[in-house]
Design a binder for this molecule. Structure first.
Ligand code: ATP
Length: 336
């Protein structure tokens, strides 16, 4: 549905987007993920029409929209700051775009009430000023204002980053169910890997103006294609060269490469027999109890440290200083 063809975006001499090729499917929840300054907002803004690419084409259902004005693209955007009108009430904020379109008063009224109900904004909230609302409610208004225009694409730029952690998770879930309810193609920008993993159908991981990997959350996490992606997504162990040399790991790891394993994939219990397992010995040098799980730091007998995480079974008797066995499935080792 959306195609970026050889997109380059320069600001003076600075190359913000180097050569982007990407396809986003209809109805997809697609996330641009990456650290600050990697270019994810820039590419979103080029899709919406705020920025014109230096070269390349953006296609929307095979129509070239690279030079089409913002208001003719059928894309609604929700900003990190919400960009609501603070002195207007909720109703007027939602109605704004419809009035610009010169819709009749009765139709505006029907559309505003309809969308407010769908995003769970109560009747009594409609006539409050937005400055009187909580962050979460303002976010709902911003989403209602975007959806009321019935866009074919919803573009969201870090829409949850101004909220506290608990509300962020609640709204994250709401956003996901709203997206499924409306079936609207959604492009979501975030630097938060957990947000990206939980919300997205697919993710593009950006780094320094290029896309390092495109894939489903599970592909990005379990089969990270580059060293950058494997470090950016989730906690991970880099395997120490000494540890590799002094164990059976050396039979599987290319000495020219760096090797990683996700923390939770270092198991403290034996793996099923059919799995080709490497067993290591070590000593617990640190442990943190989180209730649901415990994090361990283990000094490996052959050299180096490994972090692991184990769900708390209630039977765990391990103590600091204990000697312990670890089990690694060789297929879980990532090499770059
Ligand atoms: P953040 O999460 O911090 O917003 P981002 O990945 O969205 O990061 P962008 O806003 O896309 O990053 O910016 C990418 C790079 O382009 C940054 O180095 C930024 O300083 C630069 N940049 C963005 N807009 C402009 C502009 N109008 N003029 C010059 N440089 C810009």
């Amino acid at each position: 549905m959306i195609t970026f063809n050889d997109i380059q975006i320069k600001f003076g001499d600075f190359h913000a987007i180097k050569n982007l090729n990407l396809n986003i499917k209809e109805g997809e929840f697609f996330t641009f993920l990456g650290p600050s300054g990697c270019g994810k907002t820039t590419i979103l803004r080029s899709l919406v029409g705020f920025i014109k690419p230096t070269s390349g084409q953006i296609l929307l259902s095979d129509r070239d929209i690279t030079n089409v004005p913002i208001e003719q693209r059928g894309i609604s955007m929700v900003f990190q700051s919400y960009a609501l009108f603070p002195t207007l009430n909720v109703y007027e904020n939602i109605a704004f775009g419809l009035r610009v379109k010169k819709m009749s008063k009765s139709q505006v009224d029907q559309e505003v009430r309809d969308i407010a109900q769908k995003v769970d904004l109560k009747e009594e909230q409609l006539f409050k000023k937005v400055s009187e609302l909580s962050g979460g409610q303002q976010q709902r208004v911003a989403i209602a204002r975007a959806l009321v225009l019935k866009p074919s694409i919803l573009a969201l730029d870090e829409p949850l980053s101004n909220l506290d952690a608990k509300l962020r998770i609640q709204l994250r879930n709401e956003l996901k169910s709203l997206q499924k309810k409306f079936g609207i193609t959604t492009i979501y920008v975030t630097h938060d890997q957990e947000e990206a993993l939980t919300l997205s159908d697919r993710i593009a991981v950006f780094n320094n103006g290029i896309v390092e990997q495109v894939g489903t959350p599970k592909e990005i996490y379990n089969q990270s294609q580059t060293e950058f992606v494997c470090n950016f997504i989730g906690d991970i162990n880099k395997l120490d060269p000494e540890m590799i040399q002094n164990s059976r790991l050396k039979d599987f790891i290319d000495p020219q490469k760096v090797a990683y394993i996700r923390n939770e994939k270092v198991s403290l219990s034996p793996l099923p027999e059919h799995i080709d397992t490497i067993q290591l010995q070590g000593r617990i040098v640190d442990q943190e109890f989180y209730g649901l799980y415990t994090k361990y730091l283990i000094e490996v007998a052959g050299g180096g440290l490994l972090k692991t995480i184990e769900k708390d079974s209630g039977l765990d008797q391990t103590q600091l200083g204990d000697e312990i066995d670890m089990y690694i499935n060789i297929d879980d080792i990532l090499q770059y």
